[in-house]
Design a protein around this ligand. Structure first.
Ligand code: HSE
Length: 466
């Protein structure tokens, strides 16, 4: 850190000068640190939010870190800045690679999203001695190992608070506030799009397609919603949660992933009758091996996570000493996500100004200590299940379904059959006791072959004791 005199009458003293003469190393009212200079890669929704926060809170940030925070450049291929941003046109460039390499840049904030050029630019920035902040969960889930190792090697920081839970400070909480505990399970509502759609289905009785169309009209779902509704975005976030919670790494391909597009209003209503609500959960458990799965889940309607509705996110953590705790807030959106980016920028700026390098292990462990997870195969996972069959309403039908389940070691907890359908089919709903996924799949394949059962049976996993 270099300091300069506010009055400007003296040349700035060097750090060595200050140390030799026992000057305080902290900035004081007379000696102000040189600015911390930021390059922003991508000025879309969240980038704009970051620009707004830097402008709106400049004086407060300066007081907080003891130095001015300066936006020194913005790279964006198609940026036509909103005049209300007050962005100086001279700051804007299309050449992100050149911006990242500029000598005067201290922190590179990557908000391009996607794998490339984000990965290459982050690696270049780290190699050039810059610290990095990113909100890019897809990139970190796939290439986090490479990026965190590269950062560790050159002792630079990578902040990624905004990558999971939007404005909910879950990364920092797991890494710091909960560092003294051992975690057993994490249950996350980490995709606002899915949570909004399921909330609309539950509260307004909409079918999936209707709720999705409404979410798109409300700007809650993308025009191409696949990444969200098929659970991939949640799987990316779960990879990061697993690393922070359990200190091991895994890739999205190792996360069992199922989205919400097959959920029907009928399932939502039957779940309610059984005392459950359906949520898309990202679930990770550590009982020697790691369970990592994203799927629609029935949770008790009185559970805290049930009250998380719309675009809100929440992460429910089970820790050995602390017990359960929950972190809740706005999971997306311009300003909530921008606050998470800003928190990383400020933390890194403080570190830089204190002369420290590398942050305090962004993953909560040195990257070299984070081993590959031993992931439990989905077939070995134990769950309770909700099952829905469309079956002929004839004597013995329930008996044949039950006997197939029994032969596969699956015990039935309750059954609902509504209506009569001698000529047509009626829904038969069952709730099972805990069973192994492998056995359930085998039983459902056999039930599907019964002539009295029409179509593929539907099933939803139940987490009653979360
Ligand atoms: N698409 C995400 C969601 C927000 O729907 O939650 C960004 O992580």
């Amino acid at each position: 850190m270099r300091l300069f005199c506010v009055s400007g009458v003296r040349p700035p003293p060097s750090r060595t000068f200050l140390r030799k003469r026992n000057f305080p190393m902290e900035p004081s009212r007379n000696w102000v640190a040189e600015p911390v200079r930021i390059a922003l890669l991508g000025c879309g929704t969240v980038g704009e939010g970051v620009v707004r926060l830097i402008r709106r809170n400049a004086a407060m940030f300066e007081r907080k870190i003891g130095a001015p925070l300066v936006l020194a450049g913005v790279a964006d291929r198609s940026l036509k800045p909103d005049p209300s941003l007050g962005l100086d046109a001279k700051l804007i460039t299309r050449d992100s690679a050149a911006l990242v390499m500029r000598d005067d840049i201290d922190i590179v904030v990557e908000l391009f999203g996607g794998h490339e050029p984000a990965r290459t630019l982050i690696l270049k920035a780290l190699a050039a001695g810059k610290d990095v902040v990113t909100a890019n969960k897809a990139l970190l889930a796939e290439y986090g190992d490479e990026i965190f190792r590269a950062a560790g090697k050159v002792q630079r920081a990578v902040g990624f608070e905004a990558s999971v839970g939007g404005g909910v400070p879950i990364m920092r909480t797991l890494r710091e506030a909960l560092a003294g505990d051992r975690h057993r399970a994490v249950y996350g509502i980490v995709n606002g799009t899915c949570n909004s759609i399921l909330t609309m289905m539950t509260e307004h009785g909409s079918e999936f397609a209707q709720a999705l169309a409404q979410a798109q009209r409300d700007g809650l779902a993308e025009a191409d919603p696949t990444l969200d509704i098929e659970g991939h975005d949640a799987a990316h976030k779960l990879c990061l949660l697993v690393t922070l919670a359990f200190g091991v790494r895994l890739k999205p391909a190792q996360v069992y992933t199922e989205g919400i597009s097959q959920i029907t209003l009928a399932d939502i209503n039957y779940a309610r009758e059984l005392g459950f609500t359906i949520k898309l959960l990202a679930i990770a458990k550590d009982d020697g091996g790691i369970e990592a799965r994203v799927h629609p889940t029935m949770i008790p309607s009185h559970h805290l996570l049930t009250g998380v509705s719309g675009a809100f996110n929440a992460i429910y953590v089970h820790s050995e000493a602390l017990g359960p705790s929950m972190y809740y807030g706005q999971g997306a959106g311009q300003m909530p996500t921008a606050t998470a980016v800003m928190a990383d920028i400020l933390e890194i700026a403080r570190h830089r100004l204190a002369g420290a390098r590398g942050g305090a292990h962004p993953l909560g462990y040195p990257a070299t200590m984070v081993d590959r997870a031993r992931v439990k195969p989905m077939d070995d996972v134990l769950c309770e299940y909700y099952l829905r069959f469309m079956a002929r309403d004839r004597p013995g039908v329930l008996g044949s379904i039950a006997s197939i389940l029994g032969r596969n070691g699956i015990s039935i907890a309750s059954v609902i059959q509504q209506g009569r359908g001698v000529e047509t089919t009626v829904p038969v709903i069952m709730r099972t006791h805990e069973a192994r996924e492998r056995n359930l799949k085998r039983a459902l394949a056999a039930i599907r072959r019964l002539r009295v059962v029409q179509g593929a049976p539907a099933f939803i996993r139940i987490e009653e004791r979360l």
